[in-house]
Write a protein that binds this ligand. Sequence first.
Ligand code: NAP
Length: 479
Amino acid sequence: MTDTPTQLFIGGAWLDAADGATMPVDDPATGEILCHVADAGPKDARLAEAAAVQMQEEWALTAPRARSEILRRAYEIILERTEELAHLMTAEMGKPLAEARGEVAYAAEFLRWFSEEAVRIDGGAGILPDGRNRMLLSRRPVGPCLLITPWNFPLAMGTRKIGPAIAAGCTMVLKPAPQTPLSSLALAAILQEAGLPDGVLNVVTTSRAGQVCEPLLRGGGIRKLSFTGSTAVGRLLLAQSAEAVVRTSMELGGNAPFIVFEDADLDKAVDGAMLAKMRNMGEACTAANRFFVHHSVAEEFGRRLAERMGALVVGPGTRDGVDVGPLIDRTGRGKVEALVTDAVERGARVLVGGRTPEGPGCFYPPTVLTDVSPESRLMDTEIFGPVAAILTFDDEDEVIRRANDTPWGLVGYVFTEGLDRALRVSERLEVGMVGLNTGLVSNPAAPFGGVKQSGLGREGGRVGIDEFLEYQYLAIPMR
Ligand code: NAP
């Protein structure tokens, strides 16, 4: 912790907030304060924006190979410092060290992936249909970007945006979540060490998100917003972006259906459920939120899932053998408790868990609920905790209709051994991603994102860089 930067990173310099404000960073496993970091205000945000705007033209002209090599070096440094970064992440966010190590590797991979994409930005050329003009298409960086990230994947949500922005030649202001600023500050230091020029990436940690971000979105200097967070905040930021017609990418909330058909391999389904539900303690936008299980296998599936969930070890993420760390804070845990209470009041049976432990920290036990009423609040709320809610269904059309009966559409999981059914159901689900007999879809090489109110645009994959590029078309007379 001692070497981790705690100041704002602006124009390549580490600075205190202009008004000297700081904010605490808590350890969710103990409730104790880990350290204080600078708490930026509007003045600091303006300074960060000015640094990004000033550097944009020069950075856009940097050779793609140079940008690529900075990303590659940063990827290597991150991997070398896996232990250090994983401990930092566990300290501020709570996830068990094994998961934090996994996130460090996942986060680094976005930098490697986009180091490879930086040198493959293509354009086009052709003759227009009327034969009078040639067209030349080139792709240019969209310009200075505002990147806003959540706390649940403190490093990977940053690199998933910073990687393509650097590759495309965009400068940035990054505003991480106030619960987890340390991973972003450590990442900024690594990118600087890897040779990123001053002013390309600027990081403002703040507890005053609205005051810091709104003027930037309305001001005209920022040309692009890339946001990951809740749908409610995304909607607000879309409205704020409208004034200066800022281009947006939105990775928003989910309400994933997890469908187990009567012909599913139940071993695979339970393994998949453990991943889709318990990765990150259930604090993931991809977390399975509604388990729809065919009535003929529901009891067996519930029994096996409850057995696996009940065997998980809950405790501080730094302790050996712990599978489930604390939730992010008391507010997050309070929301999970209220959703479980509501479901139980509406008739759900608790197969395992369901009781908040005494003592410090924000722990909540892995919980399986069955006979959940479709009227329960957790059916249309992201649980964001280790709670699996099981409902039953009778036929395929019915389950597709119920799975799609939500404003969200990020990801769905389908478990069946029938190929026809697998394809048919996947194609009818209104989601951006489907896990077919698997509980994990995230991969830097695949386009991540949702439909409906789960977002706009994609991160990762071949298309991830497109979000940071604009076409310019040049018309050239043939003669
Ligand atoms: P959140 O409350 O929407 O916050 C996300 C980020 O937005 C934080 O940095 C937050 O800072 C900031 N923010 C909030 N209000 C703002 C405003 N008025 N102006 C500018 N920034 C503002 O979400 P969260 O609770 O941190 O994260 C959980 C949500 O993220 C879930 O809905 C989850 O599904 C979603 N998520 C989606 C993806 C995806 O790829 N689709 C990935 C991960 C998470 P403050 O906390 O200071 O307000």
